[in-house]
Design a protein around this ligand. Structure first.
Ligand SMILES: Cc1cc2nc3c(=O)[nH]c(=O)nc-3n(C[C@H](O)[C@H](O)[C@H](O)COP(=O)(O)OP(=O)(O)OC[C@H]3O[C@@H](n4cnc5c(N)ncnc54)[C@H](O)[C@@H]3O)c2cc1C
Length: 342
């Protein structure tokens, strides 16, 4: 039987492997030997939650691992502060630990029979007349593998696409700077998004009363060193009030992450599809990166299993939908910011 290879070691990679294996196909995941993903608190919207249920995860497992957001504060531009309290029954977002979700999906993919090969690097990938040929290194030894179809789920590097010569278009220079510190305990699982002069500030607190705060701004325009004191100086009063021990916040380590929007020039080729951040990245303000990564991983695996069964129409449908939905996102984003992407 033709093998499906998945490149990546995150949410999209294991979700795709889980779907492919559940459809009865042989799946091999080439995951990085040293796992690295930025671990900052994120939110999962209700659509993403539903995709996880469709992938076979149980409601109980999800509720146990990922608490609901209890209160959401937002303010954009000159509009007044809005507060939504206790979003009930998982209709709203949940607070997500990406490492925890990745390991739940990894375990489920393994249980369904996927093979996970930890690689040090993908050295070559090329299309053949009947599929793809990969060369990679593992335990400092070179290996070769063939497959009928592959899924690029390698996140922002878009590794397979890059090896196959597909260009990535970057739309802006948004970066995020994160600090952590203690929060008022009664505000566990609350989040806030508030715009400031040069961007916006995001706040999220976990069940243990520890919160993360991020400054999102256009990296190109920064003319100052971003330390914790600078990030705190950007925070609106509503967010500062949620902190305890201002001193601990001032001493926090600062971590920075690329948050730009970007997209591949094409979502795949004759024998491969890209999904999740490997295909496109969204402004985190949209709060949909994880949900889209899950939905596309599921969709890409279904399109590929259909193609291996002789029906290639879903491949074309997947690529078309990816193009249309990213154009829709760009239009929404431009309308939200009130100007086209810089
Ligand atoms: C600051 C910030 C805040 C965000 N907040 C939210 C939020 O609140 N809600 C939300 O829904 N989304 C959010 N997102 C987006 C979300 O994090 C991503 O869309 C999502 O994690 C994409 O998952 P993925 O599996 O496609 O990619 P990733 O999570 O990046 O996983 C890709 C995997 O591929 C692996 N890989 C890389 N190179 C190789 C290689 N050579 N070989 C094999 N594997 C490789 C990586 O190590 C990684 O494990 C945020 C993003 C940023 C930057």
């Amino acid at each position: 039987m033709a093998r499906i290879m998945v490149i990546g070691g995150g949410i999209a990679a294991f979700a795709a492997a889980l779907r492919g294996a559940s459809e009865g196909f042989a799946v091999t995941v080439l995951a990085p030997a040293r796992r690295q993903w930025p671990e900052f608190p994120e939110t999962l919207n209700a659509a993403g939650f539903r995709t996880l249920l469709r992938l076979g995860l149980t409601r109980g497992e999800l509720v146990r691992n990922f608490p609901e957001v209890r209160e959401r504060i937002s303010r954009w531009g000159d509009s007044p502060v809005q507060i939504e309290s206790r979003i009930p029954g998982l209709q709203g977002p949940v607070v997500l630990g990406k490492a925890a979700l990745t390991s739940i999906l990894r375990m489920a993919a393994l249980e369904r029979g996927s093979e996970i090969v930890e690689v040090e690097g993908l050295t070559v990938a090329r299309e053949t007349s009947s599929g793809l040929h990969f060369s990679f290194s593992r335990d400092s030894t070179a290996h070769e593998m063939e497959c009928g179809f592959a899924i690029d789920a390698s996140g922002r590097p878009g590794l397979l696409a890059r090896k196959l010569g597909v260009r990535r278009i970057t739309l802006d220079h948004l970066v995020s700077f994160w600090i952590r510190g203690p929060a008022r305990p009664e505000l566990a699982c609350s989040m806030a998004t508030m715009s400031i002069a040069d961007g916006w500030v995001f706040w999220i607190s976990d069940v243990e009363g520890v919160a993360s705060m991020a400054l999102f701004t256009a990296g190109r325009k920064l003319d100052t060193q971003v330390n914790a004191a600078y990030i705190l100086s950007c925070a609106p009063a509503e967010i500062l009030q949620m902190m305890t021990s201002h001193e601990m916040w001032t001493q926090s380590k600062v971590e920075s992450f690329n948050a730009s929007s970007s997209v591949l020039e094409q979502a795949g080729g004759s024998f491969w599809l890209a999904c999740g951040d490997a295909l496109q990245t969204f402004d985190p303000l949209a709060s949909k990166g994880v949900a889209i990564a899950l939905e596309q991983a599921n969709g890409a695996a279904l399109a590929i299993t259909a193609a291996l069964g002789g029906n290639r129409s879903m491949i074309a449908g997947y690529r078309k939908e990816a193009r249309v939905s990213f154009s829709r996102y760009v239009a929404e984003r431009n309308a939200y910011y009130g100007h086209p992407c810089e």
